[in-house]
Design a protein around this ligand. Structure first.
Ligand SMILES: Cc1cc2nc3c(=O)[nH]c(=O)nc-3n(C[C@H](O)[C@H](O)[C@H](O)COP(=O)(O)OP(=O)(O)OC[C@H]3O[C@@H](n4cnc5c(N)ncnc54)[C@H](O)[C@@H]3O)c2cc1C
Length: 390
């Protein structure tokens, strides 16, 4: 059972139930096989779109559900608890490319891209990382040169979630318009579509977890992007991407809470069923204490996430709180899934039960959209800049 300290409205509980039912009906029967075969099921995009789950925070005038971020994250947690691979597709699409176009796009860009994205007709991806540019995200090397009515992009993007099926990719490339050849100024955000000449999908990663989420390299080879596909100012793309990551990190935190909650639920049930020394193992205090600690970390992570989401919905600056929520929830997910395996004993170490997959899926939440080390840097920088540490 999932519970929250934050009181949810009737509408939020209804969307939560819809997400839970969708996950049980469409994802639960397949999640293990998709993980085993590293299979991405494309029909899931249309099913998510039909329920409005690919335009959750997009205003209704642009074809979305116009929900607040707390409602979106509550639904995302339900999906993650069943299939973390589908959750990252939903999270990236809703939090990054969609939000970027909604916030900085022209009316023409919203018409051509945001509306079909919100309806689930175009899947969105986010391409900031490169083979040699990860935590130091401002060091991107993909080059964008102006040429008449186009920008010509050359370079390789790495680790692009949903990159095999994306209809819209928000790609960051160096424009050098501000004369900054290395830093954060001088990077543009481009709306790239797979039909552009010079666009190709490269290596698909063979991952430890999230195996049903395709993660690929994208290659841009002398790719001509029409000027009307530049998002915002040509030297502000990096800042737009960073601001969107505030929401992205809330999505990853929700994914982590969902994974941790699922591990807790499976471990509690197993502790009631598994008998050793003539009684269910849940009667051993060592197991009860372990479950109590797991439940405490899940509740604390969810409470911080919901508080950060509520702050976003009030229009507050949330850089620090979204980094805190992501840091806490991802480390809790890794810890809770490790404890769940311990409660399952040897059966936790094999693929017969879902906790092995949850453990593998949890790990990446400490890595993407900024590693735990980067979250700590962001939090410390925010605290210093606000004079909290004098
Ligand atoms: C499954 C998956 C999906 C992804 N999806 C996307 C996506 O859709 N779009 C996208 O753009 N990217 C995506 N990424 C990339 C992800 O954001 C990067 O992997 C992440 O930012 C870390 O970069 P890196 O892997 O290059 O590690 P590195 O930056 O090389 O870091 C290696 C280690 O050094 C540490 N480190 C680095 N700098 C510092 C520092 N200053 N202080 C202390 N420690 C430091 C890191 O914390 C880490 O432990 C994805 C990654 C994965 C694994």
């Amino acid at each position: 059972m999932t519970w929250a300290l934050t009181p949810l409205t009737e509408e939020q509980r209804a969307i939560q139930s819809t997400a839970r039912e969708f996950a049980q009906r469409e994802l639960a029967p397949h999640a293990d096989a998709w993980d085993r075969d590293a299979h991405f099921e494309p029909s899931i995009i249309g099913k998510l779109g039909a329920l409005g789950f690919l335009g959750m925070m997009v205003p209704e005038e642009y074809g979305g559900l116009g929900l607040d971020s707390l409602t979106y994250l509550v639904a995302l947690e339900e999906i993650a608890a069943v299939d973390a691979s589908t959750a990252v597709l939903v999270s990236v699409h809703n939090s990054l490319p969609t939000q970027m176009i909604q916030r900085w796009g022209t009316e023409d860009q919203k018409e051509r891209f945001l509306k079909p994205m919100a309806r689930g007709e175009l899947l969105g991806a986010f391409a900031l990382s490169e083979p040699d540019s990860g935590s130091d995200a401002a060091s991107v090397r993909t080059q964008a040169n102006p040429d008449g009515d186009c920008w010509v992009l050359d370079g390789t993007k790495a680790w692009v979630t949903s990159g095999t099926h994306a209809g819209v990719v928000l790609a960051m490339a160096r424009t050098d318009c501000s004369g900054d050849r290395r830093g954060a100024r001088g990077i543009g955000a481009f709306i790239v579509t797979p039909d552009l000449h010079g666009y190709s999908v490269g290596k698909k990663e063979d991952k430890m977890g999230l195996r049903a989420s395709p993660t690929v390299q994208l290659r841009f080879d002398n790719m001509r992007v029409p000027v009307e596909n530049l998002l915002g100012e040509p030297d502000m793309g990096f800042f737009h991407a960073m601001q969107s990551l505030d929401t992205g990190r809330l999505g990853i935190a929700a994914q982590a809470v969902g994974i941790a909650q699922a591990a807790l639920t499976h471990a509690s049930r197993y502790a009631a069923e598994r008998r050793q020394f003539g009684k269910p193992i849940k009667e051993f205090q060592a197991i009860q204490f372990r479950l109590a600690d797991m439940a405490t970390r899940v509740a604390a992570s969810r409470a911080l996430l919901h508080a950060a989401a509520t702050a976003r919905d009030r229009g507050q600056h949330i850089t620090q709180f979204s980094a805190m929520a992501k840091l806490m929830a991802s480390e809790a997910a890794m810890w809770v899934t490790t404890q769940a395996i311990q409660i399952f004993g040897g059966y936790g170490y094999v693929k017969d039960y879902p906790v092995e997959r949850l453990f593998r899926d949890a790990k990446v939440t400490e890595i993407y959209e900024g590693t735990s080390e980067i979250q700590r840097i962001v939090i410390a920088r925010e605290l210093y800049s606000r004079g909290i540490w004098t």
